[in-house]
Design a protein around this ligand. Structure first.
Ligand code: SF4
Ligand code: FES
Length: 361
């Protein structure tokens, strides 16, 4: 029997008022009519608690675009699950904050596009969005919840990382994330405009390192670097089918948010599978679990149970084969692809906005 997953990531909807060029939504989004109903999500939450899941992360798209978010938080909380919302904050007002507190929300993670309104609003494609986020941060703090601020950094805003750290401090964050864009879906489409130079990355790493020392004991800072400059890959999702179940708005259970890009895989739907059955019995979760599936050089590598061979979706996106060694690894036969991408970075500043989804599909 596989040990239970630690976390459940619920993508309530792919709808979102923002249009970020690095959006983690898939290129082909689930239409609103296909979204699970409230009672279906409640059943999934009950199954998660019974399976031994500890945390549920309400994500999207923008989870606050669902009017039943508070009901779902209350249901999860009553079932003993730790509840976290990952939000842009632009739909959070006083009455919804009060309802979320009443529902028993444990944590809110608030994302920012930049430290300043003008580039932030341009990046998110939403006029006035930055001001709404500042107001949302105040609501979260005044409600007594811990605040995590998440700044997504890339080539076009990375030179303001000091200002982002200062803003996170001013807002009263208990935890900050400085997270480089991860190149899947929309971000991969826009990689040339978003991937920073090595000089930008090194400068940012030094700034974050100094801030960690200065703010030690007051604010925890998580720093997520881009795979493209790495020697070794990340342990994506803590290993395929080992720590998380990600559920799409229409109810597909996935080992990670990008798994649907892998062809020839059938992902079970929570509409006709229980969480326990799909976790323990679905082929999609077993396919890349553990080390038996690994190619050379992973299958004899001393890091195979540390990074679990890296990221399957990145191997597919860059090598064209989900079973290949993640090219982020310096031992991978196709590691040179990373150097090629770096050499193409900055050729354009133009990004394809997400509103062109239909034209690209
Ligand atoms: Fe990880 Fe495979 Fe690279 Fe070893 S060869 S470090 S297991 S990706
Ligand atoms: Fe799918 Fe990494 S995003 S395995």
């Amino acid at each position: 029997m596989t040990p239970p997953p630690m976390g459940l990531i619920i993508e309530l909807t792919h709808r979102c008022p923002l249009q970020c060029a690095y959006c983690s939504n898939p290129l082909q989004m689930d239409p609103p009519a296909s979204e699970l109903e409230t009672d279906e999500w409640c059943r999934v939450l009950d199954e998660a608690a019974a399976l031994g899941v500890l945390q549920v992360h309400f994500s999207g798209g923008e989870p606050m675009a669902r009017r039943d978010l508070e009901r779902l938080v209350a249901h999860a909380s009553a079932g003993g699950l730790y509840t976290n919302i990952i939000t842009s904050g632009v739909l959070l007002d006083g009455s919804r904050m009060a309802a979320l507190i009443e529902a028993g929300i444990d944590h809110v993670q608030l994302s920012f596009q930049d430290s300043e309104a003008l580039p932030a609003d341009a990046s998110g494609g939403y006029r006035g969005g930055h001001a709404r986020k500042l107001a949302a941060a105040a609501l979260i703090r005044n409600s007594g919840l811990p605040l995590t601020t998440n700044f997504v950094v890339h080539r076009q805003n990375i030179d303001r990382v000091e200002e982002m750290l200062a803003l996170g401090e001013t807002l009263g964050s208990e935890r900050m994330e400085i997270a480089h864009v991860q190149y899947y879906g929309w971000a991969l489409r826009n990689r040339s405009a978003l991937l920073p130079s090595i000089e930008q990355l090194q400068r940012t790493t030094a700034i974050v390192g100094a801030a960690r020392v200065r703010l030690s004991g007051r604010i925890a800072i998580d720093y997520v670097v881009p795979d493209y400059y790495a020697e070794r890959p990340k342990a994506c999702m803590g290993g395929w089918g080992q720590r998380f179940i990600n559920i799409s708005p229409s109810g597909k259970a996935l080992p990670c948010h990008a798994a649907e890009t892998i062809p020839d895989m059938i992902f079970p739907s929570v509409r006709n599978w229980s969480l326990a059955d799909l976790w323990n019995g679905a082929e999609a979760f077993a396919r890349f679990r553990g080390t038996a599936w690994m190619p050379s050089p992973c299958h004899t590598c001393d890091r195979r149970e540390i990074d679990w061979g890296g990221c399957r979706c990145q191997a597919l996106a860059l090598v064209g084969d989900a079973t290949a060694t993640d090219p982020a690894c310096a031992r991978a036969p196709m590691h040179y692809l990373m150097a090629e991408a770096i050499s193409e970075a900055g050729r354009t500043d133009e990004t394809i906005p997400r509103r062109f989804a239909k034209a690209l599909a």
